[in-house]
Design a protein around this ligand. Sequence first.
Ligand SMILES: [Zn+2]
Length: 292
Amino acid sequence: MTDQNYKDHIPEIARRIEEADAILVGGASGMSTANQHDFYGYSKYFRDNFSEFQDAYGIRNLCGALYYRYKTSEERWAYLSKHGALLFDEPPGQTYVDLHAMIKDKNYFIVTTNQDLQFSKLFPDEKLCYPQGTSHYLQCGVPCHDDVYPSEEAVRTMAANITGTRVPKDLIPKCPRCGEEMEPWFRSPVFLEGTFWQSYMRKYQDFIEQNSHKKILLIELGVGPMTPNIIKHPFSVATYHWPKAFLVRINKDEPPTHELLRNKTITLDADIADVLRDLRTHMQAPLAITSN
Ligand SMILES: [Zn+2]
């Protein structure tokens, strides 16, 4: 993308946000990577917080730490709880702050594959859907029943009692019904897509039913190619079929969007933090001039 293309697109996207009757946001890992919370890379965040896991297991990123085959649950929960407690403590990153400032007073909804709690720091739960689950909750690891349970207290207690790369065995959360270990409520072979999951999907569906015929702007933020069936493909199909829909895709190294969507899409292959900052600045500029 040339600089001129970029400069032309910012005012157009800003105008579309302002004029939209509804905004559907799809947010994925790029939103957090832009704030140095990098799930896949050997990041400063990982080195600063998890060097003991690198030393003990040779792990070099958060994804590796999550899926590493620890020999004991005490070690696995040391990582899960330490990272979990950090997620509860971390303030919202700048990309989230900028997005919130731009859409908070609009009719909007957010679907996210992120499990890092960042959207929930600023946006109310009724505006969020987590098809891949969220670290806010635990479920039975079997699972023997359909309920999910808030994770924060158990996570913080374990994190506060880590020695080296282990938590005490008796602090590992157990299912209140069958006594087996709990699991974080996010995508895994035992991930529960029961009543609770469906309640989130229902909110998403309700928003679509109420707004798909309107002048709706779909904004895709930092959605990579890993799970295209959750956000990327549904957003493409929706944009194609909904009569007044328009799609904005923002992601570094984003390939061009399909020819069928050529007149209904802007694709910005650019740094997501730069784009959201520039959009917000552009949208606030008229106010700044007025107040002076
Ligand atoms: Zn159970």
